[in-house]
Design a protein around this ligand. Sequence first.
Ligand code: PRT
Ligand code: ZN
Length: 210
Amino acid sequence: MKTLKIAIQKSGRLNEKSVELLKNCGLNFENYKSSLISPVSNFPLEILFLRDDDIPEYVQDGIADLGIVGENVIQETEVEVSYLQKLGFGKCSLKIAVPNNNSITALEQLNGKAIATTYPVILGKYLAEKNITSDIRTISGSVEISPGLGLSDAICDLVSTGGTLKSNGLVPFADVMSSEAVLIGQKGSENDDLVQELIQRIQSVLRAKE
Ligand code: PRT
Ligand code: ZN
């Protein structure tokens, strides 16, 4: 019999809620922190624990049939996958923020300015749509300290409570995208009976939470 594979984040903001969702679907598995794969004892499914950045490509390439990951990561990796279900957790927005003592009030003022981000693809498309040409500086983390260090004029980063922006003297300026965790599948996987069974279980867990 066929066994499905679902990729979830190994550790980080989405791990706990992803595990909880699958457990609430009645799936029995050990949540080993040290292993990459955990078999489910009562459903033909294996759980792969991965870095969130790798999940979209693994699903696109069929190494995993399904994945749970933030929409922001899917859009940034530009993969071809099917969106199967929004999951209602991991909510955040990708925003452009500027130092609170600045004089930037209109988007056009970002022309020629340096914007630091870990989301160059999404930001690049957003600015192109608005006909704005900025210098996108791709960095791998701690984006919020970059204006204070004189490395950029603005940042584009994920925001949930807004506390990180505030404590770094930044104010949100423009909404680039909103995001939450979603269930994705390899293109066409929605036609699979086992995938449908799992989607239905997930939907009834989400309905019970409403
Ligand atoms: O190790 P791995 O690569 O798997 O994890 P990661 O470090 O890349 O990601 P992780 O665990 O930080 O986030 C996983 C996903 O959670 C993201 O891709 C988003 O879809 C979602 N998410 C929801 C967030 C946030 N909220 C969030 N607030 N991801 C990051 N942040 C960061 C943000 O970058 C900033 O540094 O939190 C800070 C801002 O938070 P506030 O509350 O101060 O606004
Ligand atoms: Zn990551």
